[in-house]
Design a protein around this ligand. Structure first.
Ligand SMILES: Cc1cc2nc3c(=O)[nH]c(=O)nc-3n(C[C@H](O)[C@H](O)[C@H](O)COP(=O)(O)OP(=O)(O)OC[C@H]3O[C@@H](n4cnc5c(N)ncnc54)[C@H](O)[C@@H]3O)c2cc1C
Ligand code: FES
Ligand code: FES
Length: 407
């Protein structure tokens, strides 16, 4: 029986519908597989351990989108399954508990038939050297999976984290805009010509042979670290208790949300020493919760007035979507301006993983870092002097303090 989060043995997730298990704690302690530590990225796990090289890596810091995969996971605050594009180069493998991960091999291939996204990109000359193509395909596939029907504007926005150095963006975007829900007849005829689409079986389960570990691979060996304690608490109480248990002596512990800060101080930082332990915040319902004003009186976190509340592990994408809705409500119209400002942050896959609180924490420790969320949250009364953030309130002219700090 697979182990579950928090029991200290193995992590369970799936890649292209194939169940995966990796040790939750240190390597080589009699568990399922070795060479996988807290600093192993999902991208390296796919490429080196699972021999799925369709997922590419280039910048390894969230800039190019070559490594995008689709992740479907349950939001602990809502119970809903949600799909999104993520940069696998920035995801610590041990954050993947219960995730369903899809790669470019899994959605379609030559043997089983291509997915329409793959077929249209090829058919409409959207790929030359092909290095960026898997990431492009997975960004588009993620958009379709999360939204169903898409508009041309949504396609353009979803591709904002994918760089192409040789084809040019016009044929790529033309290919993907054929998925527009209101595509004209000419586009529909064009699409009907694509013979591979008819043979597509959708998700095939992958074209590569899954293997347990990449034995002898120097890269995988280099990723192994004795310092390796990764916790995935499912309640705030558990997180606080992990925090106090782990910070004994001079041990270093890092809270991890989206881990997109690797250029600053993330788990997978290229320049920094690994920490002794990590606490992932992704499974804590209170920190993932968004409370709408109408539900404010039922809010477990802030009791004094109805208001919008955003948990500290709410991603920037989730924040933006909620602000768009709120901006249509009296008293919250200013949120439309906040949306514009937050959309300037990075790109879609980074915003899908990165949290507003993580952004503020980077800004706090790296004063020179740009922070678009900072003016937004300052306006909402969130920017504080203490390091640990919990949630913030968005009402205009709020006089009450809405800061909540982990003790
Ligand atoms: C390619 C790229 C481009 C970017 N461009 C921009 C930009 O244009 N504008 C901009 O403003 N930002 C930009 N960013 C920064 C981005 O917004 C942040 O990396 C992201 O929001 C951090 O959130 P995270 O959840 O990934 O944090 P993590 O990487 O998980 O954590 C960051 C830090 O915050 C701490 N932390 C996280 N959550 C909490 C919590 N709840 N309580 C206490 N401490 C916590 C962690 O311990 C860590 O020290 C960019 C990032 C990338 C990778
Ligand atoms: S390798 Fe460039 S974003 Fe991941
Ligand atoms: S096709 Fe070569 S980088 Fe995009």
């Amino acid at each position: 029986m697979p182990a579950s989060a928090g029991d200290g043995t193995a992590l369970i997730f799936s890649v292209n519908n194939q169940p995966q298990q990796v040790l939750k704690r240190s390597a080589n302690d009699g568990g399922v597989t070795s060479d996988v530590t807290s600093t192993t990225t999902l991208a390296d796990y796919l490429r080196l351990h699972q021999q799925l090289p369709g997922t590419k890596t280039m910048c390894r810091e969230g800039m190019c989108g070559a490594c995008v995969v689709t992740v479907t996971s349950q939001n602990p605050a809502t119970g809903q399954m949600e799909s999104r594009a993520v940069n696998s180069c920035m995801v610590p493998i041990k954050a993947c508990q219960d995730w369903q991960i899809e790669t470019v091999e899994g959605i379609g291939n030559r043997r089983d038939g291509y997915h329409p996204v793959q077929a249209r990109l090829a058919h409409m000359n959207g790929t030359q050297c092909g290095y960026c193509s898997p990431g492009m395909v997975m960004s588009m596939y993620s958009l379709l999976k999360s939204n169903g029907k898409v508009s041309p504007e949504e396609v353009e926005q979803a591709m904002d984290g994918n760089l192409c150095r040789c084809t040019g963006y016009r044929p790529i975007l033309d290919a993907f805009k054929t998925f527009d829900k209101d595509a004209d007849d000419k586009t529909k005829r064009l699409v009907a010509d694509i013979e591979e689409t008819a043979g597509c079986h959708g998700r095939s389960g992958g074209s590569c042979q899954p293997t347990v570990a990449c034995a002898g691979c120097p890269r995988a060996a280099a990723l192994t670290s004795a310092k390796d304690d990764w916790r995935l608490p499912t309640t705030l109480q558990q997180a606080l208790s992990d925090l106090s248990n782990m910070t004994v002596g001079d041990k270093s512990v890092r809270l991890v949300a989206g881990n997109t800060s690797m250029h600053a101080s993330g788990v997978l930082d290229k320049y920094d020493a690994p920490s002794d332990g990590y606490i992932s915040l992704l499974k804590i319902p209170e920190l993932r919760a968004i409370k709408r004003p109408a539900n404010g009186s039922n809010c477990r976190i802030i009791h004094d007035a109805p208001r919008a509340v955003f948990g500290a592990a709410v991603t920037l994408s989730e924040l933006i979507e909620e602000l768009k809705l709120l901006s249509k409500t009296a008293g919250y119209r200013h949120c439309a301006e906040m949306v514009k400002h937050l959309q300037l942050v990075a790109n879609t896959p980074v915003r899908n993983a990165g949290t507003w609180a993580g952004n503020l924490m980077i800004k706090r420790s790296e004063r020179d870092e740009r922070s678009n969320p900072r003016p937004v949250t300052t306006q909402a009364g969130c920017w504080g002097s203490r390091p640990r953030l919990h949630d913030f309130d968005l009402r205009m002219n709020s006089t009450s303090t809405s800061r909540r700090h982990l003790p």
